[in-house]
Design a binder for this molecule. Sequence first.
Ligand SMILES: Cc1cc2nc3c(=O)[nH]c(=O)nc-3n(C[C@H](O)[C@H](O)[C@H](O)COP(=O)(O)OP(=O)(O)OC[C@H]3O[C@@H](n4cnc5c(N)ncnc54)[C@H](O)[C@@H]3O)c2cc1C
Length: 498
Amino acid sequence: MKRVAIIGGGWAGLACAHGLTEACQQAREPTEIWLFEASPHAGGRARGIRWETSLGETSIDNGQHLLIGAYSQSWKLLQDAGVPLERAWSDSALHWASYTPDRPTGYELLRIPPQAWPWRFLGQSFPPLTDRRLAQPWSLLSRLSLANLLRHAIQSNWQATGTVFHWLSQLAMPERVRLQFWRPLIEGALNTDWRQASASVCLRVIKDSLTGPAGSTNCWHPRADLSQNAIEPLWRWLTTRQAKLISRCRIAALRPTTSASPGSGSGSGPGWSRWQLQVHPSSQDQALAFGLKDQTFDAVVLATPAYEADRLWRQSGLQETPAIVRARALDWRGVMTLYIHLNQAQAALLGPATQWLCSLPGLGDRTHVGLARSPSENGSQVVSMVASGLSPDDDRAVTADSLWRSAEHYLRPLGIDNLKALPYRFTDDPRATWACTAAFTDATGYALADLDDAPLTGVAGLYRAADDLTYGYPACIEAAVRSGQASARRVHQYLGLA
Ligand SMILES: Cc1cc2nc3c(=O)[nH]c(=O)nc-3n(C[C@H](O)[C@H](O)[C@H](O)COP(=O)(O)OP(=O)(O)OC[C@H]3O[C@@H](n4cnc5c(N)ncnc54)[C@H](O)[C@@H]3O)c2cc1C
């Protein structure tokens, strides 16, 4: 019986476990799949949190997440795991309200209709239905600048190098469209300052969403939260197929046991035919309970963020390979989110603004993005304000203060006041995503490499799966899922099952 260990129960690890389970079942090759998750709950950086407030229990995510229709592999994964997408998730056409202080309402609203390309683009040139109390439709000038941008992108075959800032500077575009639409959109999507963000990845994101099939630009929200509507069903699907899922089990190091020549499909480099796992002292009981002691594995997938893969690598005394040097070179950016729980009466005041993505004035030249979620059963609603692209030296107290100001700016005109008296909480992940900088993507040929080679670490039997390995994508759920699937294919091949 072959045995595989997956370390990490985020979207990449779960997608890998799912892909491997399916492949082994199809090959009728009994294979044990063990998944180790350090924390009590799976889902990693994209999971739900139950939040008990004076208005009752509600759900939020550990930082506001936005999923779009173009996340084809993520939706396929959830459907394969039996998630009823229509019931568990809601989707709506993308509405983006840009903060435009020079216009009477203060906001200008762009609606991207769900139709397929190019009808989607033609559709957006007709004035959308808006609540004119809050926002006016995009001006003709803004629409023309979007058309010009698309023309430029198509002419350059969606290829670019350098930073988004530099790329946008070459296009004729009103300053306010650049500052109040493109900047927050890009910094939200790539979680990286637009003066550093990669133009090649940005163009890939725009292409996949804008020119994709019908619904690609739609925004998707879990009806409860990411755990209840995605992670828990995936976990259940794996459990019913005999995968061993072990939470509260932190792996501290890997111990290669028998040396071997590099296996098929594993790339060049030293190889080990079997691995043992050493658990962190705090996880000893859990490891004993599941009978991990003395177990050996034919292959191991490091489905952790790059910095944790690097730590495990060092702790295990493995020799350096280009893959781990690349992982170590990644910089990280933070995301801070302010959640405010509105009661039923306040939620009703939001009106059509509920599903908007809204760029809001922040501090200095920064803008934040605001979003309201679908109302819960009791009619209450949570709004979130997100500060993206934070570097380690950004002062969090200052960021928190500017998020409050954004919230007031958004909610006061709607008649929602005295915000600090409402239930609220912050989430702050200083290493939310790797920094998607042009300096990194252009130097490493990030946009060009082959997805199926990315899981290779240079050590036979040892693979990675994570959101930094899906070339052309920024750190996002879809990148994690695609990487997990690619890793499953590689492991399957390595075990000689393909
Ligand atoms: C605040 C925030 C907002 C975001 N917004 C968006 C968004 O709007 N849209 C989008 O698509 N993406 C967004 N992202 C990015 C998205 O969440 C990530 O790209 C994705 O979740 C990464 O998944 P992963 O499986 O690669 O890694 P992770 O989610 O980090 O999973 C790794 C798992 O490994 C576990 N682990 C680590 N070390 C060990 C060990 N030694 N032993 C055992 N287990 C271990 C961890 O506990 C974790 O569960 C956001 C992220 C954050 C934090």
